[in-house]
Design a protein around this ligand. Structure first.
Ligand code: 87F
Length: 486
């Protein structure tokens, strides 16, 4: 059988030339996702689901340390519950998907397919919470959610069904609830920066961008190389609004009736879209080691002569690395050339490639190639496990450093409206003094075809802001982050 040595499996466009075509190709060719007959709904293939499981494992362990417990609430939300807190659902109504029929019989009441679970959870909370001893109540669920988007779907980043966690907590004291909002936001920062090697900017949502059911919302935001920002996660303080609509009350230590304070927070499989977009290159995806399903692949380089010897040595290396705790695979498929395999594993984003040829066997060494930098090193077999461990750590750090540099270099502090316009055209993230008035936000959106305030970064707002709004000239009330977004 002729060996397959063509590179047609590769991506045919450069990321810098056509980022969205690059993204579409990489997702299919690296076997991450598959489109289905329902627009905006896709299959999360094992390679991507494994990344999601790593993120889950990290975040789940962290929230458990904070006393959060997992549970499951139904996917169907009866209409009367969904509309109980009117304000929060008004703006979202067009995105709700409904079940109206069971078998052939119309239902008496429409059932919403979970777009988010505040209403169904808080209806139960009202039954469960009686006294201050029942608080705090901290429940999370790892589920799917559906929002009937009408904009063009982008795998992971904008779809109709996604996976997420939604945490819903209840506290007797406002201060405790507010502390948790920030504790969770910090965990989100760590999910993105420590696991996905994506730098994020923490901040408070502006009044018109906050969740309508919240007193205030906070978020972590990042910019992708496509020039569009991604809201990576949100953590909301709901105040007493939902508690009042759903009748959640408790008797405090003095047997006084009180209304508790609530939070909700979530991050989704969108995070994976941001990761793919951010770190991928012309060869395929690059996965930070902390979330990579596979750390290394051993590829024997065989010629007819010495074939058995090389294969045996390659297997030995893979086995001993496995024993040392490295997630590694041996690619000893006979029908592909080594070159074809190199391309394939680069496309799929395996962190390290370990090549073993006859010369290496002779010298008791292997060649280790890093996916993110292409750096090639000859490593003694005896040092291999240690070397791999330190290379994976270095790769994680280097990927974050590089991403951070990108974010810094693509952030512009606009001092005037013309600077703002120029920066938006150049697909930058913009920091500017802003009045935070809704009308001004609308004008900016119209003039720039969609730029909006992502958040009011905590860091930039530490010092009091005086001066004028860069857009409208009215007094500025905060430093704001602007960009176009997904
Ligand atoms: C779409 C349809 C109906 C977003 C929706 O951010 C309702 C909603 O409430 C809706 N889209 N939201 C806001 C979700 C708020 C909040 N929920 C828990 C989160 C994090 C997780």
């Amino acid at each position: 059988m002729p060996k397959k040595d063509d590179v047609t499996q590769g991506i045919t466009v450069k990321k810098a030339d056509d980022c969205s075509e690059w993204y579409t190709q990489v997702i299919q060719k690296a076997e991450l996702a598959e489109y289905t007959d329902v627009s905006g709904c896709m299959i999360f293939r094992p390679r991507v689901f494994a990344i999601w499981e790593k993120l889950q494992a990290f975040f789940d362990a962290e929230i458990k340390k904070l006393g959060v417990k997992n549970a499951y609430f139904p996917i169907f939300i009866p209409e009367h519950l969904l509309i109980k807190e009117k304000e929060h659902v008004e703006g979202f109504a067009p995105e709700v998907a409904w079940v109206t029929q069971g078998g052939n019989s119309p239902l008496n009441e429409r059932l919403a397919i979970r777009p988010t679970s505040e209403t169904i959870m808080y209806d139960a909370y009202a039954k469960w919470i009686r006294s201050y001893r029942d608080l705090p109540l901290k429940i999370n669920q790892w589920v799917n959610a559906v929002r009937w988007e009408f904009k063009h779907p982008v795998p992971f980043l904008r779809g109709r069904e996604f996976l997420w966690q939604e945490g819903h907590t209840v506290f007797a004291k406002k201060a405790d609830a507010e502390k948790e909002v920030l504790d969770i936001l910090e965990l989100y920062r760590r999910v993105f920066e420590e696991c996905l090697a994506l730098p994020v900017i923490k901040g408070k949502k502006s009044e018109n961008e906050k969740f309508a059911g919240a007193d205030y919302s906070t978020s972590v935001e990042t910019l992708t190389p496509s020039g569009k920002a991604v809201q990576a996660a949100t953590s909301h303080h709901l105040g007493q609004r939902f508690a009042k609509s759903f009748g959640i009350e408790f008797l405090d230590e003095n047997s006084q009736k009180s209304i508790p304070y609530q939070n909700s927070w979530g991050f989704s499989t969108r995070s994976i879209g941001a990761m793919i977009l951010f770190h991928g290159d012309d060869k395929g995806i690059v996965i930070p080691p902390k979330v990579a399903p596979l750390h290394a692949v051993v590829i024997p380089i065989v010629f007819d002569k010495d074939k058995e010897l090389v294969l045996k040595e390659a297997k030995k290396i893979a086995d001993s690395l496995k024993k040392a705790g490295v997630s590694v695979e041996l690619d000893d498929r006979d029908s592909y050339t080594a070159g074809w395999k190199f391309n394939e594993w680069e496309l799929k984003g395996v962190c390290l490639r370990i090549e073993v040829g006859p010369k290496d066997v002779e010298k008791k060494q292997a060649v280790v190639v890093r996916r993110d930098t292409g750096k090639k090193e000859f490593v003694k077999i005896t040092d291999l496990a240690k070397h791999i461990e330190s290379e994976l750590e270095a790769m994680q750090t280097d990927m974050f450093t590089k991403a951070k540099k990108f974010l810094t270099e693509n952030t512009v502090h606009a001092k005037s409206w013309s600077e703002f316009e120029k920066a938006i055209k150049a697909k930058k993230l913009i920091v500017m003094l802003w009045c935070c008035i809704e009308k001004c936000a609308q004008d900016i959106k119209e003039k720039t075809e969609g730029a909006k305030c992502l958040n009011l970064p905590f860091e930039e707002n530490k010092t009091a802001t005086k001066d004028k709004c860069v857009h409208c000239g009215k007094p500025a009330s905060a430093v704001a982050l602007f960009a176009k977004s997904y």
